[in-house]
Design a protein. Structure first.
Length: 199
């Protein structure tokens, strides 16, 4: 039986939905969603695009759009990559984050903006930090289908054991994306993404 407009069939093989369905207007199964262009732009703004391997606020070698360098990357601090490689790393990391969100929420239906906010969270802190052991309140809210409870658990402010100003604003932005589909940067115009005052 085909799904009527606006309805979803949770069987992955026979999933169908009206082409008129807007994921910002209708909650959809997470397996049908990918990060929106607005989320990709916000992510690039938050992470920046750096073509030289550097150490992030927690001291980890990082490059591109917040890509945590792995042994398979064959890179060390100071190495330079091409813009094309940075984009390829971003796409791979986004796929990992999207899959992490799908595993996290299971069959919980999400608006596009809710999915995007969770993608940002997983991209930023990693799947391990949103596990039931590390984030029990977030997982409880998901299990209870408590969307406000999920929004309340999107705050991750610490890196390397201390509060990072940039993460405070990023958490505010993430919550605004989740609750209001507001993707704009909440920082005052005179403040950098890292939370420092621009001169």
């Amino acid at each position: 039986m085909a799904a009527s407009p606006g309805m979803v069939d949770l069987d992955r093989a026979s999933y169908s939905v009206s082409v008129a369905t807007n994921p910002y207007d209708v909650r959809m199964p997470a397996f049908t969603l990918t990060a929106s262009e607005a989320m990709k732009e916000a992510l690039a703004e938050e992470e920046g695009v750096r073509l030289t391997v550097y150490r992030d606020v927690a001291g980890y070698p990082t490059v591109g759009v917040g890509h945590l360098v792995t042994p398979e990357d064959n890179l060390k601090v100071g190495d330079r990559i091409s813009y094309e490689r940075a984009l390829a790393l971003l796409e791979g990391d986004l796929k990992t984050a999207e899959e992490g969100v799908r595993n996290l929420v299971g069959d919980l239906a999400l608006y596009q903006n809710e999915f995007d906010a969770l993608v940002d969270l997983v991209y930023n802190v990693g799947s391990g930090n949103v596990s039931e052991r590390e984030s029990p309140r977030l997982n409880k809210a998901i299990a209870e289908r408590d969307y406000q409870g999920i929004a309340d658990e999107l705050n991750y402010h610490h890196a390397g054991g201390s509060v990072a100003n940039g993460l405070v604003f990023r958490s505010e932005r993430r919550a605004a994306i989740f609750q209001e589909a507001a993707y704009s940067d909440p920082r005052p115009a005179h403040m950098s993404v890292s939370g420092n005052i621009r001169t």
